[in-house]
Design a binder for this molecule. Structure first.
Ligand code: IMP
Ligand code: MG
Length: 179
């Protein structure tokens, strides 16, 4: 697995420090609110788990699973809901937890989809942001790190369902996905 990585961008310590910072900020911003933390499966699971450990206010946890039609390195813009929220979010404050925002198409679709649920607010926290390829206009309230336009894996993020269990974030050697 490690031999397929070109460069480590963020090691465990950098990730842990950043997520601690995000958790503090979120705990502060959502004080007194009915926070529902919604992890977007599967890419966000490791980030969401670590973030939740750093959120010190009461909150609910839920998950959604979406799939965008397209090949494995580019999303098509057509999003399918594979798993919806378990509970009502009416009057609550949703925080969507995403691994990486690339074109922004997935999340802008999801925001539109969730609008009808009458939440009090919907915001996004993404561990990574790849602004170079943004297609849809999207307001991401909390961002861990910006990343260059390269193929990223690790810490939940996959290529063809692999590399999610790497404890760091790195770039994949192009020859791995150009094969
Ligand atoms: P978007 O709709 O283009 O913003 O796509 C977001 C989703 O595409 C993310 O949640 C990831 O699942 C996937 N994705 C985007 N960039 C990468 C990457 O560099 N490596 C792995 N998955 C990625
Ligand atoms: Mg994803």
């Amino acid at each position: 697995m490690r031999e397929d990585i070109q460069e480590i961008l963020f090691d465990e310590e950098a990730l842990s420090n950043k997520i601690n910072e995000l958790g503090k900020q979120i705990s502060n911003d959502y004080k007194g609110k009915e926070l529902v933390v919604v992890g977007i499966l599967k890419g966000s699971v490791i980030f969401a788990a670590e973030l939740l450990k750093n959120i010190s206010i009461p909150c609910e946890i839920d998950f959604m699973a979406v799939s965008s039609y397209g090949n494995s390195t580019e999303s098509s813009g057509v999003v399918r809901i594979l798993k919806d929220l378990d509970h009502s979010v009416e009057g609550k404050d949703i925080l969507l937890v995403e691994d990486i925002v690339d074109s922004g198409v997935t999340l802008s679709y999801l925001l539109k989809y969730l609008k009808a649920r009458k939440a009090n607010s919907i915001e996004i926290v993404s561990l990574l942001n790849k602004p170079a390829r943004r297609k849809a206009e999207l307001d991401v309230k909390y961002i861990g790190f910006g990343v260059p336009d390269a193929f990223i894996v690790g810490y939940g993020i996959d290529y063809a369902e692999k590399y999610r269990n790497l404890p760091f974030i790195g770039t994949l050697k192009p020859e791995v996905y150009e094969k």
